[in-house]
Structure formats: C-alpha cells, structure tokens
Design a protein around this ligand. Structure first.
Ligand SMILES: [Zn+2]
Ligand SMILES: [Zn+2]
Length: 520
C-alpha cells in the first residue's frame, strides 16, 4: 500500500465523518432553535447547498460552510441544543419509530465510516511501521564503570553524537556506493566489506536507496578490552525506507521499512587521551593538521606525515556492524573453545601486538578480497597474502565454471576460533571463522546473470593464518597493498617479490599470511 493513496482515502473518510457529524448537529440545532419549525426538507436543502458550494471550490465552499454553520452552532446553536434544544428535539411531536429510523439513517453511515477509518489506520500502521509504539529496549550495560574509571575524560554524550554522525554518513555512503567520506573512521576490514559490496552492486547494476532515516536510540552497552584496544559495542535502533533495485534482474527488486537493531563496535587504542579531535567530521590529519586526501582508498594514510589516520590512536574507529540476530547469539560462537582466552594469553608474551579484533579484521579483509577475486576472476589480487598452496587452490576455484558473482554478500561474523603455537615451524597459527550471507549468481556471456541461489544463503568458512613466533612488527599492511617489510606500494601482481626491498611479500616474518581457506 502506498502512503499517498492511504492518506487520501483516510482524509476522504474523515472528511465524510465530520460532514455527517456537522450535518446532525445542524439538524438538531435547527430543530431546537427553530422551535420545531424546521422541516426535514429544509434541512436537506440547506445541507445540499452547503455541499454543493464546498464541491465547487475548496476555499470559498469550505469558508462559507464554516462561517454559516459554525457561527450558528457555536454561539446560539450549541447552547440551545444542550440546554433547551435537547428537550425540544426529543420531546417533539415525532413518533418513536421515526426516531429509530433517524438513528439508523445516521448511525449506519457514521458507523461504517468509523469502521473503515479504523481499518485504514490499522492497515496503514501495519504497512508503515515508521514509529512503532512498542520499542525494543537496549540490553543491560556491561563493563561501563570500569571503563569510566580508567577513562575519566570519556564523555558519553560526545561519543553518542559521533556514533550518530557515523550512522548517518554510512547510510549516505551506502546509497551513493562511495566510501571516500567515511574512510577516516572505519577500520580496514570495514573498508574491504563495503568495497566488495559496492563492487558487486556495480557489477550487477544494483542500487539501494535509503530514505526517511529515523534513529530511535543509540546506547553504548558493552565496554570491553581487546589486546591494546578498548572496544565499545553500541546498540542502535532505527528505521528507514529501503528500496533495492537491480537493473539486470528486476525480480530481485525489493522494498522494506521494518525497524531494526544493529550493534556497532568501535575500537580505540587503550590509554588514548581525548584531545577533542573528531575523526567523524575530520577534514585534516589528526597528527600533522595537513588536509586529508579526498579519497584515501584502502590505505587510510595521511599523504603528508604518513600516519595511519584510522589506527585507533586518535579517535574511535568503526570496526564492525553486527545484526541483532547475530549479536551474542552467533553461529560461530558455539565453535569457540572454552580455553581460547588461555590460548591467546599463552602467545601474548611472544606476540605483544596481538589483538583479537585486529586479526578478525585482517581475516575479514582477506576473505572479502578472495570473494572479489572470485567474482572478478582475478586471482592475482590475493597472491601477496597467500601461501603458494592457498593461491593454487583459489586460482583453481576461480577458473572452474560457473562464472559466479554475488548478488548480495554480507559478512555476518568474523570470529577467532583457534590459536596455537607450532613449535616445529616456529609459527603462531590462528583460525578465524567467517559467516557470510550470500546469493550467488552465474554471469552469462551476454552480460546478464542467472541466480544460482534463490535467496540469500548463510555459508561458513574458515581462514587459517600464520606468522613467525618472533615476527617483526610490519612496516606496512599487506592487506592494504603494502609490503610488510618496507612499506612500499604493491599492486595486484602474481610476483611475490617486493620491487623495492626484494623480500617475499607473503613472508610470515612480518605479517599474518593466509595458509588455509575452506568452506565448512
Ligand atoms: Zn598527517
Ligand atoms: Zn618491500
């Protein structure tokens, strides 16, 4: 049901209702005020002339109707009706059966109009739950007191304002399929998720228009620590109208406007002093003050002082968006062994920079690049961070038919599942579970596509990564096309030797390298 016709119909019925109501009153007034002298025929003629004039022209008709009836109704009419008029009406010479007929005559249309109005309001409300009466409530806060004690300068209202700003900007970026304006405050993993989705949407000529965005509540609920970072999970309750269109296959078009809850996770380096810098509105570098590049792309670096703007050292950074159904009730959660915290603690002395959120972010990043490589048939884009064996496997997957792409691809979860120390190879090895909702399509030679899945399907993957136990902190991020040894820029190439420093790009000396990838 469309909003406009619904409103129109509602308006018409309410109008009829008011008109009928006023008609009754007018008649009653006429009967009472005119000492029983007015006849039914006079009443009907005055009503019909009123309705005629209102029909001929909206402005003059309604004003003439109002000035006439309301004047008589309010000043003398109402008082006469209520005090003596009532007696005159009921105590008139009319027989009882006539009164019943009148009640039926007026009661039936008014009742019907009321009923129809109620049905329309109900249907409208059901179809457009824009402002539901029953709103979900955020869960109880966890860890807030300890966080506030450690961060006395933390101002919840300022933080919430940043989250709100991030929320609105991300909806806008999503609609425009343009990451540039949100790049400074999103993690590299988030960047890759958006980049992959936008790429797929571009490939299949899809657009997602969001409108009437309304945020009902933003509540920071969980304050936790993760390695060298603080993490705040924020409960967000909002609604928007959501129109998805696919030019290549209109059968995929959909509309929606159901309210939803999402959990947005923000990270910041522990001990960061709030300098008042706002990354969510930043146009300049937080370190040197130089203007930030318009479109930083996958590397969120100041071109002047080379600092990583989204490192979490300057402000909060959005690291994850989790749907309500996935938060705390994960598909992958059941796979996390109870001794995982102990295993993480065991490698900490050798691996002081280890952060669960960061390795999950790296794994998300690798996963999305693998999926992009698959859909664009370009295995070279995963070469630099894969072992030879994994690269061979992915290349084979990509070259075997059918030619697939993803009509929809959302990474629901990335969860660290396993941490171990391989003494024989002197490596730390981690498994990250990934849960993704995807709808696969087959790309046809004529540029069109054919769905392979009829709806979004949830698939689980496991990505295994390894790094030397005595790894040297990386100089650049391999997942952002930088050599981990020297920081030099690396393209999508199947040559794994850095052209600047000559070291192997997929070396486990500096960076977590993908050594296993499987659907599970
Ligand atoms: Zn700078
Ligand atoms: Zn290098």
């Amino acid at each position: 049901m469309n909003v406009r016709p619904a409103f129109l119909r509602l308006g018409v019925f309410l109008g009829v209702l008011v008109w009928l109501g006023l008609g009754i009153c007018e008649e009653a007034v006429a009967r009472a005020g005119g000492a029983g002298g007015s006849s039914p025929s006079e009443n009907s003629s005055s009503r019909s002339s009123g309705s005629k004039s209102s029909g001929s022209s909206k402005s003059s008709g309604s004003s003439s109707y109002r000035s006439k009836s309301s004047g008589s109704y309010r000043s003398s009419g109402s008082s006469s009706y209520r005090s003596g008029g009532g007696g005159g009406y009921y105590g008139g010479s009319e027989p009882g059966w006539m009164m019943v007929v009148r009640w039926v005559m007026w009661g039936v249309p008014i009742g019907a109009a009321l009923l129809l109005a109620a049905i329309l309001i109900r249907r409208y409300w059901k179809a457009h739950k824009l402002d539901p009466v029953v709103r979900p409530r955020p869960p109880a806060r966890v860890g807030r007191e300890a966080f506030l004690a450690a961060n006395p300068d933390f101002e919840p209202a300022v933080f919430v304002a940043k989250v709100r700003s991030a929320f609105m900007k991300i909806q806008k970026a999503w609609m425009a399929q343009d990451i540039s304006h949100i790049r400074p405050f999103i993690s590299d993993g988030m960047y890759q998720r958006f980049a992959t989705q936008f790429r797929m949407m571009g490939l299949l000529k899809q657009r997602n228009v969001l409108d009437k965005i309304k945020v009902f509540g933003i509540h920071p609920i969980t304050f936790r620590d993760d390695g060298a970072f603080d993490v705040i999970d924020v409960w967000i309750y909002a609604v928007m109208s959501d129109s998805f269109t696919c030019e290549l296959d209109p059968s995929m078009n959909s509309e929606g406007n159901d309210p939803f809850v999402e959990y947005w996770s923000f990270i910041r380096k522990r001990g960061t002093v709030d300098s008042g810098f706002n990354l969510f509105a930043a146009k300049t570098c937080p370190s040197c003050g130089a203007e930030l590049p318009q479109d930083m792309g996958e590397l969120c670096r100041c071109s002047h002082c080379q600092v990583l703007v989204n490192s979490g050292e300057f402000d909060w950074v959005l690291a994850e968006i989790t749907q309500e159904g996935d938060y705390g009730r994960t598909l992958l959660g059941a796979r996390v062994p109870l001794d995982l915290p102990a295993a993480v603690a065991a490698i900490a002395p050798e691996c002081p920079d280890f952060s669960q959120q960061l390795v999950e972010d790296k794994a998300s990043n690798a996963f999305m690049q693998i999926m992009t490589a698959w859909a664009t048939r370009n295995p070279a884009s995963v070469r630099r961070f894969s072992t030879d064996e994994v690269f061979a496997g992915i290349s084979e997957l990509i070259s075997s038919p059918p030619d697939i792409a993803f009509a929809r691809i959302y990474l629901n979860e990335a969860v660290l599942l396993y941490v171990t120390r391989d003494a024989a190879q002197a490596k730390h090895r981690i498994d990250v579970g990934l849960s993704a909702s995807m709808q696969r399509v087959e790309l046809l030679p004529d540029g069109r596509f054919r769905p392979l899945d009829w709806e979004e399907k949830r698939s689980l993957f496991t990505l295994t990564m390894e790094r030397d136990v005595d790894a040297v902190p990386e100089k650049g991020s391999l997942y952002q096309h930088q050599c981990a040894t020297c920081g030099g820029r690396v393209g999508d190439t199947i040559d794994v030797t850095c052209q600047y420093c000559g070291s192997a790009l997929n070396s486990t000396r500096n960076e977590w390298i993908v050594c296993g990838f499987r659907e599970s």
